[in-house]
Design a protein around this ligand. Structure first.
Ligand code: ATP
Ligand code: MG
Length: 398
């Protein structure tokens, strides 16, 4: 049965009742037919974006000029795109012209791979002019039409081919792979941001080792900043990595001369990635120093990054994936969760040493107190910390 599509079929029904045509297309159909979990559901329709806006109450116009709107139905978003063909691609980036058409098979023809060019009707019937269902059964990634033409039109498709191979554990069909081998230099015309999206998915795929090997054999690797200088087929992770912060930390651990800052700069990664990478690497350095997951390490690491630390650990073959739970338990048992929970604060320190000028010694002493409370060297108790600190040598004034 098509249970996962039940509500999407209601959207289609509404378009049909208004006199139009609509199908589920792309990744959702592919994932459904290959027995994988279905994520976003995309719908292709004969109707214009304007018509779709008339038919539904809740429509978000996200890309009207390309024919795409988002329809909200039962609190779920569906990308609804008018059948279209694309022409031009002069600048390797955007098709020069998008033309709306009335025939679903024309829309399927513009799609990248046969596995992604299948449409499903409301009654579960497949429109599959390129035999994508067979490609799924045979575990093959093959271009729709002439592979080299399709890669010339949009060289990002070469990265997508490798990405799907990695995610689905499919082989790339011979003619498609030959085109990849010849045309990999075209990748230089593609923005690093678009490449980064596919690259992240290659590392997260269940067959990421196949993905990395394909990057090498096709020559695509030569056009990937930083990674082109690493031996990605020798340093294969032991398990998939989710997100750039995990990928960068993985290589930074193995290549001490590698600069994570340069890595992030050349891939134009976000501030958020940067923050996470720095934290993850900091935690890993503590682990390397102590050869142990210490309370200080757990304290310093945001809970949000526990899964990343576990995966980095597994990818480096340092331990198994269940570290996540152990980290959570360890954190729960720490005497304090953050600085604010210290029962002895900077103001208490100043009260003890009213005669001393303010200076860096305050934060240095507070850091020591924090560290010792976290590691259990001193109890988180106001009186006990006060007595302890009283015995310290006052800082030399400058
Ligand atoms: P995912 O599960 O990662 O979202 P997907 O197949 O849905 O995979 P999307 O990038 O969301 O991939 O694209 C949706 C569909 O649009 C694809 O299945 C494909 O039919 C088409 N498509 C996307 N990018 C391209 C491209 N660069 N060239 C041709 N067709 C494309
Ligand atoms: Mg998708």
């Amino acid at each position: 049965s098509h249970e996962v599509f039940e509500h999407a079929f209601e959207v289609i029904q509404k378009i049909e009742e208004a006199g139009g045509e609509a199908y589920i297309v792309g990744g959702a159909v592919r994932d459904y037919l290959s027995g994988r979990p279905v994520n976003d559901i995309d719908i292709a329709t004969s109707e214009t974006p304007e018509r779709i806006q008339e038919i539904f109450d809740k429509v978000i116009p996200v890309g009207i000029e390309h024919g795409t709107v988002i329809v909200r139905h039962r609190s779920v978003s569906y990308e609804v795109t008018t059948y279209r063909v694309e022409e031009g691609y002069e600048d390797y980036r955007h098709p020069d012209e998008v033309t709306f058409v009335q025939d679903i098979t024309l829309d399927l023809a513009r799609r990248d791979f046969t596995t992604n060019a299948i449409a499903m009707s409301r009654d579960g019937r497949l429109i599959d002019p390129y035999h994508g269902h067979d490609a799924i059964r045979n575990k093959k990634i093959e271009a729709v039409g002439e592979p080299s033409e399709r890669f010339h039109e949009d060289p990002l498709r070469m990265m997508r081919a490798v990405r799907f191979a990695s995610q689905l554990s499919f082989k790339i069909e011979k003619r498609t792979e030959e085109a990849l081998n010849h045309l990999s230099p075209l990748l230089q015309h593609i923005s690093i941001e678009r490449i980064a999206v596919e690259m992240e998915k290659i590392f997260g795929g269940s067959d990421y080792a196949l993905g990395l090997q394909l990057l090498q054999s096709t020559g695509l690797k030569n056009h990937l900043p930083i990674l082109k200088d690493l031996d990605i087929n020798r340093n294969v992770p032991y398990s998939p990595l989710f997100g750039w912060h995990e990928i960068i930390a993985f290589y930074a651990v193995q290549y001490p001369q590698l600069s994570p800052e340069n890595f992030m700069k050349s891939w134009k990664l976000s501030k958020d990635t940067k923050k996470k990478t720095v934290q993850l690497l900091h935690a890993y350095k503590i682990y390397e120093r102590k050869k142990n997951v210490t309370s200080w390490l757990v304290y310093q690491l945001d809970n949000e990054l526990f899964p990343s630390f576990s995966r980095l650990f597994s990818a480096l073959d340092e331990g198994d994936m269940n570290l996540d739970k152990a980290l959570t338990d360890m954190k729960d048992q720490l005497p304090i969760q953050n600085k604010k929970e210290l029962s002895f604060q900077a103001r208490d320190l100043l009260q003890l040493y009213t005669h001393l000028p303010k200076g860096p010694w305050i934060s240095e002493w507070m850091d020591t107190i924090e560290h010792c409370v976290v590691t259990g060297e001193i109890e988180n108790d106001y009186e006990k910390i006060k007595e302890w600190v009283r015995g310290w040598n006052p800082p030399a004034s400058n």
